[in-house]
Design a protein around this ligand. Sequence first.
Ligand code: NDP
Length: 264
Amino acid sequence: MNSPVADTVPTVTDETSAQASTHGTAPASPPGRSVLVTGGNRGIGLAIARALAADGDRVAVTYRSGEPPEGLLGVRCDVTDPESVEAAFTEVEEKQGPVEVLVANAGITRDQLMMRMSEEDFADVVQTNLAGSWRVAKRASKGMLRLRRGRVVFISSVVGLLGSAGQSNYAASKAGLVGLARSLARELGSRGITFNVVAPGFVETDMTAELGEDLQKTYKSQIPLGRFCSVDEVARVVRFVAGDDAAYVTGAVIPVDGGLGMGH
Ligand code: NDP
């Protein structure tokens, strides 16, 4: 089967790619990479942004309202809106250079049993979590193709492969990220761009803190490690997969779930 990609991906030759193919290993990234984390103004995304900034990367985060976090470049962006995505990338490119590391983290839930779930709640979740991730990956790939390197990390969920009653929209969107990452890994691997999925389990966030004590106990009893995950534990795995040590990892689904989804 002929690949539809060969004709559509721009051809760029530079010294970096020549080195990579000659030696069979990817060259180390120059320090101070330009990073964009969607939904990096709070929660897991903010922990990821802070971890990468601590390593010396120049990190931008998207936010929709309020103020962006201190010390990071905040760019307004709604991932469901192509024009907003374009404007955000243009701003990041102007202020810190083309995005070399993209963490597609923005996500929402609209939980409801299927029989009661509205068309809107299904579409909103898929449009944000899956189509939004595709949209930002597509835009980021433009610059990465020119650089002939790049790291894209999609933040999925254990629920994507395990399933969860009342979360058919969310689980479908998060499972979709696996097919998305693996397809893009095949399309753009030869250009030095990796696409991976990080799939957290229960993470200590405002959402999980609001669960009643009994419910928290029940959930924890199902997790082999017996506890919820901290946002920093997710961030450390993302930092690894976005770093030079993971240069040969692509199309992978990396669970950070205390063993909850083992085998899925
Ligand atoms: P939060 O609800 O704390 O934050 C979600 C982030 O996504 C916010 O920054 C929010 O921006 C942003 N966002 C939502 N919709 C859009 C949009 N249309 N355009 C741009 N940004 C948007 O989530 P968490 O930190 O808990 O989760 C982060 C990711 O991790 C999500 O993808 C989630 O599905 C996933 N995850 C979370 C788990 C958990 O236990 N918390 C477990 C497994 C996966 P704003 O502030 O403007 O609303």
